[in-house]
Design a protein around this ligand. Structure first.
Ligand code: HAM
Length: 431
């Protein structure tokens, strides 16, 4: 019978092991590079906030009403694990009052009590950017373009950009009312789930993926009919900016997003490979009233977040940005007790050369196996003969990568080197 451990990760939570964990780190490094190259600085905020911070996301959203991990702490504060970072960033803005425009990027884990499946977890990671304090439509374009540039940097080619505008708050309010009337007039054809959604938030009915709702959703009024002149102008400028940059987009008048704070531009990046319910790799938009709702001054805001977990699944499906084991350059095999390996690995690491070794004075065969598994380009071998003679054997393990100290390709034969020359020899061969 297979071994079942007493404790395992709880549903929707995962251990990220090597080499996958190194891929996560590289993912964040690429995102940092793209963001910092455009003047964005990183904000690291707490995992926990007062529940009220997240309630501002919208009390009709699933994220707030159903999925929050909230509890009362020992001091009697009602707090929650963050389900997203936009509200936290706005809270930080109100608290610290930085100079605007405040351009920031972030990364970290989010928590939502959802039904777990491939691409949907209860703890998942995001990277994202937010800009507070500027309502220029070309800023929306910059933000979207940085998301696009990031996907390109990962090597993804099947990402689609969906674009919509929810207009000014009065446009949106008029639209919500029109939708409510429309769906109520078609109540008989709506699925039971959508009837419930309609009571809470008519906009979210547009998100229904149920076949029964497809026809009635397709014929619903569109937001474009309700744009004020200012909203229409803003949206037109965003589209012309994206066209100018050659970023392809698909207008999707049904794109309303799952959080309530959006107005004007909304967008989503979808992948070409995941199930449609999970194919949103990221999304964002404008949220000009959110800072105010958190007690700050009227402040424009725009940003997006990308799901790291989902984007990596899309990378796997497209065969790009793979996980690579963190190979060391040198593996020291020491059958004389291990002290020589201690000296040599320490000296190599001090020179910036990644080095590993075996422990417990294993046999030559077992240590050579470990050397092979480590992915090292060279094994340094010390047996009793070498110890006595003050030498070491350098054996190329990856002939295709190994070089001689003069830079010429190694033919794979091993060399016996004096211990005094060993570090110099390896440094030259590796550099
Ligand atoms: P969101 O659409 O809720 O937006 O989440 C953004 C991305 O996070 C999703 O597209 C998805 O890739 C990932 N994600 C969400 N839930 C899960 C989950 N349960 N498992 C795995 N991945 C998930 C926001 O969070 C907004 N704060 C985005 C934003 C920033 N808007 C303006 N600024």
């Amino acid at each position: 019978m297979a071994f079942v451990p007493e404790f395992q990760t709880s549903p929707g939570m995962r251990d990220i092991l090597p080499p996958e964990s190194a891929r996560w780190r590289r993912f964040v490094q690429v995102f940092a590079h793209v963001s910092e190259g455009a003047g964005y600085g990183q904000v690291i905020s707490p995992l926990l906030e007062d529940l009220g911070v997240f309630q501002r996301i919208g009390d009709a959203t699933d994220v707030v009403t159903k999925e929050m991990y909230d509890f009362v702490d020992k001091g009697g504060r009602h707090i929650a694990l963050r389900p997203e970072l936009t509200a936290s960033i706005c809270r930080a803005f109100v608290q610290h009052r930085p100079i605007t425009p405040w351009k920031i990027w972030y990364t970290g884990s989010q928590f939502r009590y959802e039904k777990p499946q491939r691409g949907r977890y209860r703890q998942f990671d995001q990277v994202g950017i937010e800009v507070l304090g500027a309502d220029d439509p070309y800023l929306d374009v910059e933000v979207i373009a940085l998301g696009w540039e990031f996907f390109v940097a990962l090597g993804l080619q099947k990402v689609t950009l969906l674009l919509n505008s929810l207009g000014e708050p009065p446009d949106r309010a008029a639209y919500v009312l029109a939708l409510k009337c429309y769906f109520e007039a078609n109540l008989d054809t709506l699925s039971d789930e959508s009837k419930v959604t309609l009571q809470k938030n008519p906009l979210r009915v547009l998100d229904s993926k149920r076949a029964q709702d497809a026809a009635v959703v397709a014929a619903a009024p569109t937001i474009a009919e309700f744009y004020s002149p200012g909203a229409a102008e803003h949206f037109a400028a965003v589209q012309s900016g994206l066209t100018e940059l050659g970023i392809p987009f698909t207008l999707d008048t049904k794109l309303v997003r799952g959080l309530d704070y959006y107005r004007h531009t909304t967008f989503e990046f979808t992948g070409g490979t995941l199930e449609s319910a999970q194919n949103a790799l990221g999304g964002g938009g404008r949220y000009d009233g959110l800072v105010e709702s958190l007690g700050g001054p009227a402040t424009a805001g725009v940003g997006f977040a990308l799901g790291l977990d989902r984007t990596l699944i899309a990378c796997d499906d497209e065969g790009v940005f793979g996980a690579h084991p963190a190979d060391v350059a040198v593996f020291v095999v020491d059958t004389t007790g291990g002290l020589q390996a201690l000296q040599i690995t320490t000296a190599l690491r001090a020179l910036g050369i990644a080095a590993d070794r075996a422990f417990e004075n294993r046999s030559m065969k077992s240590q050579m196996k470990a050397a092979d598994r480590s992915g090292a380009t060279y094994a340094v071998i010390i047996g009793s003969n070498e110890l006595e003679a003050g030498t070491a054997v350098v054996r190329p393990l990856r002939a295709e990568r190994a070089l001689n100290p003069d830079g010429s390709p190694s033919d794979g034969t091993q060399s016996t080197i004096s211990r005094t020359d060993l570090l110099d020899y390896l440094q030259k061969a590796i550099s």
